[in-house]
Design a protein around this ligand. Structure first.
Ligand code: B12
Ligand code: SF4
Length: 605
């Protein structure tokens, strides 16, 4: 539990307004809260809300006599002691509130379970985040899950809190919290707004020196499975280069120098260049060794200077929503900006500057069959110079167009929100039974991360000057997370912790004699399996590192060339792939003609 009072305010303050912020986790398939000794990175949602309340505290918005104290808990790395929160709040006459922060749909059931005893003790509770915002963005009527919260006397916050936190804190202090604060149709500008921040002790509960911040929100595209465009909008709203510099300096002073910029599409942040320029200045003139992971789209390499400036700004890794290599699937999901004819160009552009690539791949689009998906993964391995690939189920996430359309059509969607984590089959599929789809998801990881392919990834990366020791560790994480920890790598962490009492209330508390021996056995088995997998990958790494002087190339690393459309399976594996190639060829010819001077156009004609 990290707490922060303001010493200056505390000297004069006679009253203390206590805010407990909890970023909830959710339950695994056995019903236990997913919690780790160390989680992968701090949550930007928690940092954003913390920063906003800290700002209220510094400005003493409740008057000089009232100090605002903030306690921030990330449940993925810290046990939420509800009993202690109740005592602490009771000792303060319940003057304050508990905020459940950045609550995703899969975290919503857990949030209600945390809220129940708090509400019974008379403590004000507010829930914000993507589930509440997504549901209120897409539906006019309050659905049963949000109604349950309202019936418990929980306040719901939809939209973004920048510029709105004073109102919420003041209402809470006066005991006048409204049932709903709905700002979903009034998204704030981000320039010069309060920056996300978490104190160093909270960041240190995570692995490594990485923290998260958003340089902007919103994305112009229209993918039908996406929640972001409906919650954060399609217009680019962004922080200024000055804001970004303040964020970087504040963290750097605390010894934090690695950052995940959480913009879902940094390439479409209207100020990407000004922000990169500022970071380049910090790195090249002020000597700040800051490094970044950013998320971009598959056309980013076509933006002049983008890749080169990313490199100079210290970007070492990028995440791309590749999603699929079947154009029919991409079209069905309205992911029109993903052009398979550009995939290799884009990956090679990043490889050329030594930046490694993560890509997300969605299984279960309407045209997928178990066989076609398996074949597609093999094509990726052979023909695309991609490093880390991660798989997801196509999921009708609340807040997405898919969820709205399917709900309106009355399609049977799994009612358990805890499963809306992109790791479960939640709706019927035309070509696969539920068990076939689940098997495909499990198999996909094994098909991609074979020892041979891990070796290939390391060899390809070594020739581009990528740090393959670090890459090998990340591959270990991604390749083994599902098999060993039974969770997606993005939900994983270091040393799983479980408490017998932290179980979904619908499931029984297991007796001591059953729970602890199994926990011990599980722990031993997991450590053994991790050690074995690490040893295997280490041997591959050693072999590859030892041959660093031997030049390496293969089909994927070969520059894009004219016969690719005839030669590569990526372009010939089905009719829609061939059509995509024809279409790209036509567009190329037409644009070449349009940009050719009139005289030469006559010659071509
Ligand atoms: C960064 C990120 C991650 C990071 C870090 C987690 C984090 N939250 O920072 C990592 C990689 C670990 C991650 C993992 C996952 N993520 Co994620 N992630 C994001 C991402 C890209 C940014 C989150 C963020 O910082 N947003 C900006 C903040 C400021 O917005 P916000 O949370 O809505 O908060 C604002 C308001 O809601 C409000 N508010 C929020 N809480 C509160 C509380 C109070 C009291 C008040 C007054 C206001 C308030 O004020 C805030 C400031 O304006 C979002 C997409 C997005 N654009 O948001 C997806 C997203 C949140 N993730 C999502 C998912 C599904 C996951 C995973 C389950 C995926 C997986 N299977 O691994 C895991 C879950 C792990 C976990 N324990 O959280 C989904 C959730 C969709 C949904 N309907 O539930 C999103 C929306 C992406 C998507 N695919 O649609 N994620
Ligand atoms: S590109 Fe990404 S953020 Fe943009 S609409 Fe598509 S899925 Fe959403």
């Amino acid at each position: 539990m990290g707490s922060l009072g303001h010493p200056a305010a505390a000297l004069k303050a006679s009253k203390r307004f206590r805010v407990v912020l909890i970023k909830p986790s959710h339950y695994d398939d056995d019903g236990y809260v997913i919690r780790w000794y160390r989680s992968p990175m701090p949550a930007n949602s928690l940092a954003s809300v913390y920063g906003l309340i800290d700002d209220c505290a510094q400005r003493q918005i409740l008057g000089p006599g009232t100090e605002i104290e903030i306690i921030a808990i990330d449940e993925t790395n810290t046990r939420v002691r509800i009993d202690r929160i109740i005592s602490a709040m009771r000792a303060n006459n319940n003057f304050g509130f508990v905020g459940l922060v950045g609550v995703q749909s899969n975290q919503y059931p857990r949030s209600l379970h945390i809220a129940k005893p708090l509400r019974e003790a008379g403590i004000p509770v507010i829930i914000g985040g993507f589930h509440v915002s997504g549901m209120l963005a897409m539906f006019d009527k309050i659905g049963p899950d949000l109604q349950t919260a309202l019936d418990m006397g929980i306040t719901l916050f939809a939209g973004e809190a920048e510029g709105r936190m004073d109102e919420v804190v003041r209402d809470a202090a006066q005991g006048k919290l409204k049932p709903i604060y709905n700002y979903i149709n009034d998204l704030p500008a981000l320039e010069n707004s309060v920056i996300p921040y978490l104190p160093g002790n909270a960041v240190r509960k995570t692995i490594g020196n990485v923290t998260t911040f958003d340089a902007g929100r919103g994305c112009p595209f229209q993918c039908s499975f996406c929640t972001i465009i409906n919650v954060q909008g399609r217009k680019s709203r962004r922080r200024s280069p000055d804001d970004v510099e303040r964020i970087l300096r504040k963290n750097y002073e605390q010894g934090v120098d690695r950052f995940f910029i959480t913009d879902d599409n940094f390439a479409r942040n209207k100020d990407w260049e000004a922000i990169f320029d500022r970071i380049i200045k910090l790195r090249e003139q002020d000597g700040m060794d800051v490094r970044f992971l950013i998320q971009v789209d598959t056309l980013c390499h076509k933006i002049p200077n983008f890749v080169a400036k990313a490199k100079r700004a210290g970007v070492t890794r990028i995440f791309i929503g590749l999603e699929n290599i079947n154009p029919d699937n991409l079209l069905a999901a309205k992911k029109r900006q993903n052009k398979i004819t550009e995939y290799r160009n884009m990956l090679l552009a990043w490889k050329a500057v030594g930046i490694w690539t993560y890509a997300g791949y969605i299984l279960g689009f309407p045209n997928d069959t178990p066989e076609s998906a398996r074949r597609d993964i093999e094509i990726i391995k052979k023909e695309m110079p991609l490093d880390v690939l991660e798989f997801f189920f196509l999921t009708p996430l609340p807040g997405s167009e898919d969820h709205k359309v399917l709900s309106m059509k009355g399609v049977m969607l799994d009612p358990d929100l805890n499963k809306y984590d992109l790791e479960h089959a939640l709706m019927p599929h035309v070509n696969m039974s539920k068990s076939e789809w689940e098997k495909l998801y499990r198999d996909a990881w094994a098909i991609y991360y074979t020892p041979d392919h891990i070796e290939t990834i390391l060899r390809r990366s070594q020739t581009c000057g990528i740090n393959i020791w670090r890459l090998a560790q990340i591959i270990l994480w991604f390749a083994q997370s599902l098999t060993i920890e039974k969770v997606h790598p993005l939900q994983g962490g270091f040393v799983r912790l479980k408490n017998r009492h932290e179980r979904r209330p619908e499931l029984p508390i297991e007796p001591v004699w059953k729970f602890y021996p199994r926990l011990l056995l599980e722990g031993m088995l997991k450590h053994g399996r991790v050690a074995f997998a690490a040893w295997q990958i280490f041997r591959i790494y050693r072999r590859v590192a030892a041959s660093s002087h031997v030049p390496y190339t293969d089909q994927a690393m070969t520059a894009v060339n004219e016969d690719d459309p005839q030669k590569l399976d990526l372009f010939t594996h089905n009719k829609s792939a061939r059509d995509a190639v024809d279409h790209a060829r036509k567009v190329k010819t037409l644009t070449a003609v349009a940009s050719t001077p009139a005289q030469s156009r006559e010659v071509i004609a």
